[in-house]
Design a protein around this ligand. Structure first.
Ligand code: ATP
Ligand code: MG
Length: 308
């Protein structure tokens, strides 16, 4: 059974202006997005800046007012939840943010940072709480000795581990990681990605991994959705997307992934040139007369592309 279903989600922000601050237009941050996630799956939400990735993530955890469409988690329609029941629901879905420097309160010790969500939801004794905090530290690969430290005493990668420990505190079922490594040095990115992948496996979490960089999600995700202007232009298994991209926009993203193997550099450069040409000649075929993205159509059982 699927754990999360998003059906035709739209999130529009009003643009107000004039003397009476009337609504003069809208920003269509998300504009008709559908998605179905299976339990234990890692899904990559990829697209350039402003394509609506964070808005989608924030809608799932209830931080955005939904203009249209439904989000269903474990069979429960989010907008039909009563206020009291929402607390339970949000406990099961946690978000990890991009910037580990600003998402952790600098004045709090590790123990309190991680225990905070526990205190909000569960009644534990001080000893039980400490035990749970140290258990979580161990899961994210930090030693129990860091329990009484402050965030500034950690490196960027370690801070992101703290962020993950905090997100795991209430045994969530779904984690949404919004650009979790973009603020980190390239040298620690791979390390953090690997440990997230390990946690996903060990705890059988369902994972939504948001990134503007198709290269980053490559080894992380089972399936990938490519967003453009609040819609999907393509969706498929990681293999579908990397090996057989169909939409010109996806092709451009694939062509932009740097290849670290010098053997492939020539080939890569040729591919990049070819995609650039193709883009110039055929871009108009991929968008309707208003420049909007078409609806997704199946190419195979797993692979969907927005074509006319
Ligand atoms: N509160 C808001 N009010 C008005 N417009 C907004 C608001 N939040 C986001 N937007 C707009 O919605 C669009 C999608 O934003 P979103 O943050 O979801 O993009 P993103 O894909 O996460 O981009 P990035 O990679 O830069 O994080 C953008 O055009 C943005 O300017
Ligand atoms: Mg974002």
């Amino acid at each position: 059974m699927s754990i999360l279903t998003i059906n035709n989600l739209k999130v529009h922000y009003p643009i107000r202006g004039g003397l009476f601050r009337r609504k003069i237009d809208v920003v269509r941050a998300v504009d008709g997005l559908s998605l179905e996630l299976q339990r234990g799956e890692t899904y990559g939400l990829v697209g350039e800046s402003g394509s609506g990735k964070s808005t989608t993530g924030r809608s799932i955890i209830g931080l955005e007012e939904i203009t249209e469409g439904e989000i269903t988690f474990e069979g429960q329609n989010l907008s039909e939840l009563r206020y009291r029941d929402r607390k339970e629901y949000y406990k099961d879905i946690q978000m990890v943010f991009q910037d580990p420097y600003s998402s952790l309160n600098p004045k709090k010790r590790v123990k309190d940072l991680i225990a905070e969500p526990i205190r909000n939801f569960e009644n534990r004794s001080k000893e039980e709480e400490l035990k749970r905090v140290q258990e979580l530290l161990e899961i994210v690969g930090l030693s129990p000795e860091v329990t009484y430290k402050y965030p500034h005493e950690f490196s960027g990668g370690q801070k992101q581990r703290l962020g993950v420990a905090r997100a795991l505190a209430l045994n969530p079922k779904l984690i949404i990681a919004d650009e979790p490594v973009s603020a980190l040095d390239v040298s620690v990115q791979a390390q953090v990605l690997n440990f997230m992948k390990k946690i996903q496996k060990d705890l059988n979490l369902t994972f939504i991994f948001i990134s503007h960089d198709l290269g980053v999600v490559r080894h992380m995700c089972d399936r990938i959705g490519i967003m453009y202007n609040g819609r999907f232009v393509e969706e498929g298994t990681a293999e579908d997307v990397y090996e057989n991209p169909q939409h010109i926009y996806t092709k451009r993203l694939v062509a932009a992934i740097p290849d670290i193997d010098p053997e492939n550099r020539k080939e890569q450069a040729a591919f990049r040139r070819q995609v650039k040409e193709e883009y110039k000649e055929t871009e108009h075929n991929y968008f309707d007369e208003n420049g909007s993205v078409f609806d997704l159509k199946p190419v195979t059982d797993t692979h969907y592309v927005a074509l006319p």
